[in-house]
Design a protein around this ligand. Structure first.
Ligand code: PGA
Length: 242
């Protein structure tokens, strides 16, 4: 495990973008797993900058997003599909057919999940999985109690996740109760993991994930089993690490 604690939020964005850029520069046809949320916005802004400076090229890059709300239309501004196009994809030269985001409107969501797994495996797996962490320790929408052998599937969101995500909707009643998420085993099969967290609110959970016993009660604690994890935090999120 490699831990980097950044002095400023700007440095956090730059360091995290550099870590992703290094992967793309080392392997132009990298397969990336990508998160949504507030944490990666700054990182995606920096990646767009690096693209505009001709430092990285997304032409051969393939992406798989972690999750999407079930029943969510991709044109809906609260969808993760919309988030990704708005914050990253429309600003870079990635090809449409190399972008993968679970289809929240799939007529057969369970087939959508198994097809998603097949697509990842068909490309030889994820080279780099970029992750945020939820206040309850979730990675993707793998909420506390999720089995470590889980794969891409339909899940119920935890109440704490519904409350946390209500900020992107008019009210918490509008937050979908179900989602499609990559599973813990899908994430753990990635060759490398980059875990990102910012802000004081994440300090305790990110510390516990790497310092307490590995347990399904803190889904991110499973990352202690992964042999190539890079953690980048800002000063506030990193405050409990010595
Ligand atoms: P956030 O979400 O980046 O918006 O804090 C992270 C998560 O819930 O995984």
């Amino acid at each position: 495990m490699r831990l980097v604690i950044c002095e400023t939020i700007e440095e956090f964005g730059e360091k995290a973008a550099q870590a992703i850029a290094a992967q793309i520069r080392a392997k132009s046809n990298s397969v990336l797993g990508l998160p949504t949320g507030d944490t990666p916005i700054r990182v995606y802004n920096e990646l767009v900058k690096l693209y505009n400076e001709n430092y990285i090229d997304f032409q051969y890059v393939t992406t798989f997003n972690l999750d999407e709300y079930l029943g969510m239309d991709k044109e809906n501004p609260s969808s993760y599909n919309y988030f990704m196009w708005n914050n990253l994809f429309r600003h870079i030269n990635i090809s449409n057919e190399k972008v993968h985001i679970p289809d929240g409107k799939a007529s057969d969501p369970h087939k959508e999940c198994s097809d998603y797994e097949d697509s990842i495996n068909g490309l030889g797996g994820l080279d780099l999985m970029v992750l945020g962490i939820g206040l309850n320790g979730h990675i993707g929408f793998n909420e506390p109690g999720t089995n470590f052998d889980s794969r891409t599937r339909v899940v119920e969101l935890a109440e704490s996740t519904i409350s946390a995500n209500a900020r992107n909707f008019n009210s918490s009643d509008e937050v979908p109760r179900q989602a499609i998420t990559m599973g813990i085993a899908t994430i753990m099969a990635a060759k490398k993991i980059l875990l990102l967290a910012t802000g004081e609110g994440k300090a305790q959970i990110v510390y516990d994930a790497f310092n307490k016993n590995i347990s399904t009660e803190i889904p991110a604690s499973v990352l202690q089993y992964h042999k190539d994890v890079h953690i980048i935090l800002d000063k506030e999120a990193g405050r409990y690490f010595k």
